[in-house]
Design a protein around this ligand. Structure first.
Ligand code: HEC
Ligand code: HEC
Length: 160
């Protein structure tokens, strides 16, 4: 897996975090917000659930803009260093699903060539403490959402 590209420097952080005690402190908050609409896809799609959960969480459509989903779905053969190619019929089905349910709020868009959920303004804003932990090497990857988000919401997204 390729490492995340460096995050924009530096954030003004409200809270000083201390390792594990941080995680204990924030997990209830994470669980509370996990019930938020952003996790909850309004429409389900079996192909998306099956295919996009093979290597990582099936990321909820509402966490990225329609344009960014379209970019991701058009470059599956070069997908973050992996080949995630799909049969064209399946690719089209998933692509249409993600674009239809993508988040039109500007803060869910990317300016990078390779769009990422972890590269959106929304992610930077809502994950300041998580980014701080990652910068300190306390979490290996921000893409591994399940490290911090647990419970029924994340289980729903893991393709099971
Ligand atoms: C063959 C494995 C594989 C499959 C299948 C796969 N991905 Fe990925 N995906 C990856 C890898 C590897 C990364 C980069 C992870 C990292 O940076 O740690 C990634 C990253 C992503 C990211 C960016 C995560 C972020 O915010 O940093 C998105 C969005 C994404 N994948 C969507 C999808 C979608 C949609 C599908 C289904 C069509 C899919 N992936 C299927 C391997 C895969
Ligand atoms: C290192 C821990 C950590 C990781 C990794 C992490 N999160 Fe979070 N996340 C949090 C915390 C803590 C909050 C609560 C934000 C707050 O209250 O400061 C949160 C909040 C959220 C929210 C609700 C915020 C909102 O504005 O709606 C969503 C949705 C979310 N995370 C999704 C994700 C996804 C998807 C990933 C993986 C791409 C991810 N998180 C990775 C810790 C993490």
């Amino acid at each position: 897996m390729s490492p995340l590209r460096p995050v924009r420097p530096p954030f003004r952080l409200g809270t000083i975090l201390r390792g594990i005690s941080f995680l204990r402190a924030v997990l209830p908050a994470a669980l509370a917000v996990a019930a938020d609409d952003n996790w909850q896809q309004r429409e389900d799609n079996a192909a998306w659930r099956a295919e996009c959960s093979a290597c990582h969480l099936a990321f909820p459509p509402g966490l990225l803009s329609p344009d960014d989903w379209a970019v991701i779905m058009s470059e599956l053969d070069k997908h973050f260093g992996a080949n995630a190619s799909l049969e064209e019929r399946v690719r089209k089905d998933i692509s249409a699903y993600l674009v239809r349910n993508g988040n039109r709020n500007r803060s869910f868009g990317n300016t990078e060539e390779t769009p990422r959920i972890t590269g959106t303004e929304w992610f930077f804003r809502s994950h300041k403490s998580a980014i701080r932990l990652w910068q300190k090497g306390r979490v290996k990857s921000l893409v591994d959402c399940a490290v911090c988000h647990k419970g029924p919401d994340i289980e729903r997204m893991s393709g099971k």
